[in-house]
Design a protein around this ligand. Structure first.
Ligand code: HEM
Length: 515
């Protein structure tokens, strides 16, 4: 057999290496022609590069060329406006801009499931956030869903209030030293302490860090942008599996990720030890619920690694997003004196003195604060990127008659809804008034207010996020004369690095109000 193969090898008219090379080139030439001209998705316009692989998206997103970082979202917006509501953006992916399709794709009971390959990028495939199978997703969500109900979240109010009070004390320290506060770090730390205490029963102490740059806050800020790179080059994820002594020469983010995992594991051990000793927090926690099996709903307690992944993805989902929403909202309040003074006047009706406390349910009733927060969520769109789903069996026919086959990845972006001129007049203006119009008009606009997405895969933390926002905005505006330091609109421009990454810093001097 071997000698026959050797005879064949010697009888070949050209080098076998040339044959291999020829086969490789031939395969790619045929694949290129097929993808660009004959694939069922060839009827959709878009860059030819996009039809061939993840290159087009990577080119605009990962910043190999200056000015091309986190730009896919904006490039798509420009292309949709130029060439139509459905574009090809991958060998097997269509991007849609038509708002009418949003409520088809993300409606409750939608048959468009999360795309597993996309969510593998997150690195915790067994977590509620990343799970794509609808049955397993329901099982994983079973212990969390009642925990995140409004009734339960209301019981967190005293715990959240402690963090707002401590944050205020830290702002005093900065003011006494004559230093401005870097709000992105401070507000992400506030969100981190709130959500981590809800997770572990004990906060990660992010607000106590001298510059608000604790490891967990830094890791999520550094790690999320690397998801663009992992998506284009999935092998990068394997860096995580390298021994730490090797990865520390390659990527600081990977090392920080390992440290965070160890940190979270220690917190889980501490929680388990405290719970065995009968010491549990006075408020409900994510850990507590994850440790109770619910056989009738198919929920079994995960392994320790599974617990860690679930907790870390939930904490990461709730940290940057809420921090960014608060930061963008505060910037726009302070940068618009009329909005600022009207909001302050309203807050004074329920908090006559700067140090007063007021029940969250009363804050929620304030119409102007509510309008400001809604507008802050629209304007900041913290989960701005597209969230892809898979076309269900049978495929789908778009309103214009074009067919998308089953299994195609199809996505829309919250940012494109919130900044669509047909849905929101002058979308680039921060205008709380749009939420104070006639009730029918507001009702129609709310249909397009989707910062938390819609349907079965919408944000689990919506009640917590609203409560954090109402409390942070109301108390910080009521307690402090916030003055911008070296910050302009230009600093608040952002790139889409899975969550917005800002070009500059928002800095405030934080002087206490006396009346
Ligand atoms: C302003 C703040 C927030 C915004 C704008 C936001 C937005 C979103 C969006 C758009 C999704 C859907 C993602 C997708 O389709 O792939 C999502 C999912 C999720 N969010 Fe949030 N989120 C916020 C805060 C929070 C908080 C505070 C928590 C909890 C700690 C949280 C936990 C989650 C979880 C667990 C999911 C996955 C839900 C599932 O797949 O069933 N989020 N969030």
């Amino acid at each position: 057999m071997v000698s026959q193969l050797l005879d064949l090898y010697h009888a070949l008219p050209v080098s076998p290496w040339l044959l291999v090379l020829g086969a490789f080139v031939g395969y790619h030439a045929v694949r290129t022609v097929y993808l660009i001209y004959f694939s069922p998705l060839a009827i959709f316009p878009g860059s030819k590069w996009a039809a061939l692989g993840e290159y087009w998206e990577a080119f605009w997103n990962i910043g190999l060329r200056p000015g091309h970082k986190g730009q896919t979202l904006f490039k798509l917006e420009e292309m949709h406006n130029r060439i139509g509501p459905a574009l090809r953006m991958g060998p097997n992916e269509i991007h849609i801009y038509d708002p009418a399709f949003y409520h088809e794709l993300y409606k409750p009971g939608s048959k468009y499931y999360k795309d597993p390959s996309m969510h593998k990028v997150l690195g915790a495939p067994s977590s509620t956030l990343a799970e794509s199978d609808p049955i397993r997703h329901k099982q994983r969500k079973a212990p969390l869903e009642p925990l995140f109900s409004k009734k339960n979240i209301l019981s967190l109010e005293p715990m959240l209030m402690n963090h707002v009070d401590y944050c205020s004390e830290r702002f005093d320290e900065f003011y006494k030293e004559g230093k401005p506060v870097s709000m992105e770090w401070a507000l992400k730390s506030l969100a981190m302490d709130m959500v981590s205490q809800f997770a572990f029963g004990q906060s990660l102490g992010a607000l106590a860090h001298p510059e608000f740059k604790s490891l967990p806050v830094r890791v999520f800020r550094e790690y999320l942008p690397s998801l663009h790179v992992i998506k284009a080059f999935p092998f990068v994820r394997w860096l995580n599996n390298l021994p730490l002594w090797i990865s520390k020469y390659i990527s600081e983010t990977v090392v920080m990720g390992h440290e965070l995992e160890q940190f979270a594991s220690r917190r889980i051990d501490e929680y388990l030890a405290a719970s065995a000793a009968g010491k549990t927090p006075s408020f409900p926690t994510i850990m507590e619920k994850l440790l109770i099996p619910i056989p009738e709903k198919g929920y079994a307690v995960p392994s320790k690694g599974g617990l860690r992944d679930e907790i870390l993805t939930t904490v990461s989902a709730g940290d940057d997003t809420t921090g960014i929403a608060n930061m963008v909202t505060l910037f726009n309040i302070v940068n618009n004196p009329q909005i600022h003074s009207r909001l302050l006047a309203e807050l004074k009706t329920v908090m006559p003195r700067p140090l007063d406390h007021v029940e969250y349910l009363k804050l929620e009733q304030l119409p102007y604060l509510t309008a400001v927060i809604r507008e802050g969520l629209r304007y900041s769109s913290p989960a701005a990127s597209r969230t892809p789903r898979l076309v269900p069996p049978g495929g789908v026919t778009l309103p214009d008659g074009r067919f998308i086959p089953a299994g195609t990845r199809v996505g829309m972006a919250i940012y494109h809804i919130h900044y669509n001129e047909t849905l929101f007049e002058s979308p680039r203006t921060f205008d709380p008034e749009r939420w104070l119009a006639e009730p029918e008009v507001v009702k129609e606009r709310l249909k397009w207010h989707v910062p938390f997405s819609r349907g079965a895969r919408s944000c689990l933390g919506i009640n917590l996020a609203y409560m954090e926002m109402y409390m942070a905005i109301a108390y910080l505006v009521r307690r402090f004369e916030l003055t911008l330091v070296d910050t302009t609109e230009k600093d608040m421009a952002w790139d889409d690095m899975v969550v917005p990454q800002f070009h500059g810093e928002l800095k405030f001097l934080t002087k206490r109000r006396v009346d």
